[in-house]
Design a protein around this ligand. Structure first.
Ligand code: ZN
Length: 275
């Protein structure tokens, strides 16, 4: 037999009326569960009244609640590190909604993502041309996690964590227009471009990361047309994490690869001359 609160209340009242004097009742477990469920679904009266009058209000409310409850902005949030996720288990794949992308600056790509033989290190982002003082905007909706300075690297830089789970990093800035914990929308100005840190000319160093794993921004975004390639970017750990850790010194060198090594070394020299 199925109980609901009303019928239980009714029968309780009937019992209380029927049994004179003092009596104690133990409610059935089903009632407790139903009661908790009812309480969990209750909203303050004012909120319910407003949501009835406007569907968009309801939608907004749902979004805001989702944002407030979102563990994206609480877990690994307090870290001061560029990668706050170090050591965590990275899922094999993830679908990331990148449809809300807005170009941080509308400048040409001046240096690509990847290993730089010339400096013996990974370039974990992409460089975009700008002039000092140009406005740099947030690439997606999100919340500012860090605004910091690193003299021998990023210079003045901003790290924004996004609703879609990614983090973006903006380096070599001249001025911040936001502060940590500030909510930002895609396209909202967050800083002015510059030439601070390890930089040989005004540009924006732009990184796209998922759970700390840097992803070639060009895998996600078409930088000629300032739009994402697709609305949903499919993150694949086996691809992106391998690229991230790649260093020629770590490649096993057999006889065949030694021969190839000569050829690739001259290729690399050509590449570095082009920069
Ligand atoms: Zn760079």
């Amino acid at each position: 037999m199925k109980f609901n609160c009303k019928s239980i209340l009714f029968s309780l009242t009937a019992l209380l009326l029927a049994v004179p004097g003092y009596a104690q009742f133990k409610l059935p477990n089903t009632h407790n569960a139903q009661h908790k469920d009812l309480i969990a679904h209750q909203r303050p009266a004012g909120v319910a009244a407003k949501s009835l009058s406007s569907m968009s209000y309801l939608e907004d409310l749902r979004k805001r609640e989702a944002f407030q409850d979102n563990e994206i902005f609480t877990e690994y949030w307090e870290s001061q590190a560029v990668n706050p996720y170090k050591g965590i288990e990275i899922p094999a794949t993830a679908n990331i909604d990148v449809s809300g992308y807005v170009a941080p600056v509308k400048g040409a790509v001046t240096s690509r993502y990847g290993y730089r033989a010339r400096f013996g290190r990974m370039h974990r982002g992409l460089d975009l041309r700008l002039s000092i003082g140009d406005t740099v905007v947030a690439a997606f909706d999100g919340k500012v996690r860090l605004t910091k300075y690193e003299g021998r690297g990023y210079g003045y830089y901003v790290v924004v964590r996004h609703d879609n789970g990614m983090e973006t990093i903006y380096g070599h800035l001249s001025r911040f227009l936001v502060q940590p914990d500030q909510r930002v929308r895609a396209g909202q100005p967050i800083a002015l471009g510059g030439n601070t840190g390890r930089s040989t000319g005004p540009h924006l160093h732009f990184e796209t990361r998922y759970l700390g794993v840097d992803i070639n921004p060009e895998a996600i975004i078409d930088f000629e047309n300032f739009v994402p390639h697709k609305d949903v970017f499919v993150f694949d750990k086996s691809v992106h994490q391998v690229i991230q850790k790649y260093k020629p010194s770590k490649v096993k060198r057999g006889k065949a690869s030694k021969r190839r090594g000569k050829a690739s070394a001259s290729k690399k020299r050509k590449k570095s001359r082009r920069r």
